[in-house]
Design a protein around this ligand. Structure first.
Ligand code: GTP
Ligand code: MG
Length: 148
């Protein structure tokens, strides 16, 4: 099965949404295979968002992401990358449906509380960048009840 990199941004941590967000991924049936609270650096975040270098909002994005700790996670399961993006909603919270994380908890594109990988390739790159130590493998007792 597939893995995706999900990160609760500094505003999500400050607003006390860590538990609620983790709960959504657990309840959907995804398996948590890496988790840490990190105060990132601008240098590291510039690597994470390298594709956006040159955008007018890039300096503000890096400052926002370095403004406090983030929760870095890897979730594994069926179609984890695409499903993760659906659970997040659109980049702009105002365009995100109610029921999505951004649609339920955010209003501004520059404070959209959560990141999710946009493709399997970027997921693997992001997992390597944030978890050079690797992820954890374990058997989940629920697996046979979540997958046929
Ligand atoms: P991530 O999951 O964070 O990567 O968001 P995304 O994939 O939905 O959007 P994208 O990768 O294009 O942009 C990364 C982040 O930059 C967004 O989540 C926003 O926080 C921020 N961002 C994108 N576009 C804008 C914009 O027009 N203005 C501002 N202020 N921030 C933006
Ligand atoms: Mg993105």
């Amino acid at each position: 099965t597939e893995r995706t990199y999900i990160m609760i941004k500094p505003d999500g941590v400050q607003r006390g949404l860590v538990g609620k967000i983790i709960q959504r991924f657990e309840e959907r049936g995804f398996k948590l295979i890496a988790l840490k609270l990190v105060q990132s650096t601008e240098e590291h975040l510039e690597k994470h968002y390298a594709d956006l270098k040159g955008k007018p909002f890039f300096p503000g994005l890096i400052k926002y992401m370095a403004s406090g700790p983030v929760v870095a996670m890897v979730w594994q399961g069926l179609d984890a990358v695409k499903t993760g993006r659906v659970m997040l909603g659109a980049t702009n919270p105002l365009a995100s449906p109610i029921g999505s994380i951004r649609g339920d908890y955010a209003l501004a594109v520059g404070r959209n509380i959560i990141h999710g990988s946009d493709s399997v390739e970027s997921a693997e790159k992001e997992i390597a960048l944030w978890f050079p130590e690797g992820t954890v493998q374990y058997a989940s007792a629920l697996e046979s009840w979540i997958f046929e």
